[in-house]
Design a protein around this ligand. Structure first.
Ligand code: NAD
Length: 442
């Protein structure tokens, strides 16, 4: 059976891959475990050397990969190129961080060693189809694990092209790809493996946790978000509006840390709303290869319908339309700005994952903080304002807080969700140490 891939901006057929039969997955896990016995015996410098050579190959093919990424996922070519190059050029940082993570530690009376766990399943989403995979599988490999990689069924071609390049360098069966959807994901979680490293939705994360519990597999999960932004009365309105639009529309709103809910002090709300709508109006929808486009298509029909349902539900319940609204051309969502959004609207309660700016006014900062925290999600949050912004930020229940800026510090900082947005975390030496088993020799 074949998994077909289509251009999300026009449903044109792009290509296909063979779906991995579920019945083959246990054998792939056995082969990965056999390969891991040899892989773990290589010294870390050798593993880094493999990854460095493979990354060079990715860099050499960056333009071709970027075009495929854009065609299959819909984002513009500049963003795709920077995603590919980020993967290729990030390898040395991962190498340094993993080296630090697995360095034996001498403590009083004992030595702590960090051994590879064994076989890791890496399961990834479609919105950053290379970056999300790369962030997990490269550290897993450098730490001495072998990997079974299950990319999203929405973006199989770019995943396949990327893994084919890495596998020109890596030894046999160190990195295997599994194509398919939920059934293949569930089968790899239930196979005889040691760790599941997952990036995707909260619902899937909960299913993975249940299925992994039989043999208490280790889990690292970065899940969805419903990130709030609070705009204080002393915020720079121009900067706040600019950020609100850019962060709500980035990747057509299909970003885990995109701004989903904005609470603005009523004293500056009129000016903020006007400014936001004026900036949003300049955004253009269109396919990845059209000049001047900054909002691409929505990944699929189901996702697009969900966004429209959220917009319609908000309008029906009294939201004011400042831009956009209910009518959208096939495959796309027009840039939309809604005001007077309330706590019972779906847009406020759920992750919308579309190019929509959702604004509410507040009288009292405690009410804004309470609404920001009234969510099972806790990935990121942003506060724009003067001297009290950091204090307000510290009262928000999220793993990453941006003060007058976006979330995530990059470099050596972890990428981390609080509450039900994550379990374990990515990045940094501490994050990569989760790909190891600590052993105490005393
Ligand atoms: P998804 O959970 O539907 O799918 C993610 C992957 O899991 C896919 O490969 C899919 O085939 C697989 N899968 C589906 N059901 C499964 C199951 N029961 N068991 C095992 N695997 C299964 O998510 P998506 O729609 O691909 O991605 C969007 C979501 O990912 C959003 O919620 C977004 O916020 C989140 N995300 C989070 C981060 C982060 O860093 N926190 C980053 C990117 C995306």
């Amino acid at each position: 059976m074949m998994l077909k891939s289509f251009d999300p901006s026009n449903d044109e057929f792009i290509g296909e891959v063979v779906i991995t039969p579920v019945s083959l997955i246990p054998d792939m896990a056995i082969a990965a475990a056999v390969a891991q016995k040899r892989w773990r015996e290589t010294v870390i410098d050798d593993r880094i050397s493999y990854i460095t050579q493979a990354s060079k190959l990715v860099e050499d093919n960056a333009e071709e990969l970027a075009v495929l990424l854009s065609r299959e996922m819909g984002k513009d070519i500049r963003r795709s190129y920077s995603e590919v190059m980020g993967c290729a050029q990030g390898a040395p940082y991962f190498a340094d961080q993993v080296r630090e993570a697995i360095q034996p530690k001498q403590i009083s009376g004992a030595t702590l060693e960090y051994l590879p766990l064994g076989v890791a399943a890496v399961i990834s989403p479609w919105n950053y189809p290379l970056a999300m995979a790369n962030n997990l599988l490269i550290p897993a490999l450098i730490a001495g694990n072998t990997v079974l990689f299950k990319p999203s069924e929405q973006t199989p071609l770019i995943a396949d092209a990327y893994i084919a390049l890495l596998n020109q360098i890596l030894p046999d069966k160190v990195l295997q790809i599994i194509h398919g959807g939920k059934a293949q994901g569930q089968a790899v979680v239930e196979a005889d493996i040691n760790l599941v490293a997952f990036t995707g939705s909260m619902v899937t994360g909960k299913d993975i946790m249940r299925r992994a519990s039989g043999s208490l597999k280790r889990l690292i999960m970065e899940l969805g978000g419903n990130d709030p932004m609070i705009v204080l009365d002393d915020a720079d309105i121009g900067r706040a509006a600019q950020f609100a639009v850019a962060s709500s529309f980035e990747n057509a709103g299909q970003m885990c840390t995109s701004t989903e809910r904005i609470y603005v002090d009523e004293k500056i709300a009129d000016a903020f709303e006007q400014r936001t709508a004026a900036i949003a109006e300049q955004y253009q929808i269109g396919p990845w290869n059209q000049e001047g486009v900054n909002i691409g298509p929505i990944i699929n029909k189901h996702q697009r319908e969900k966004i429209i349902e959220h917009i319609d539900d908000a309008i029906k319940r009294g939201a004011r339309v400042l831009l956009g609204g209910s009518d959208h051309p096939d495959h796309f969502i027009r840039p939309t700005v809604l005001a007077d959004v309330t706590a019972e609207m779906r847009m406020e309660k759920e992750e919308t994952f579309g190019p929509v700016v959702s604004i509410s006014r507040y009288k009292n900062i405690d009410d804004a903080i309470e609404r920001a925290n009234n969510s099972d999600y806790g990935l990121g949050a942003v506060v724009f304002g003067g001297a009290s912004a950091t204090d307000v930020g510290r009262q928000i229940e999220a793993g990453m807080i941006g003060i007058n800026s976006g979330v995530g510090a990059g470099g050596d900082a972890p990428w981390v969700g609080a509450k039900q947005s994550g379990y374990g975390f990515h990045g940094s030496a501490d994050g990569h140490r989760q790909f190891t088993q600590v052993r105490v020799i005393s």
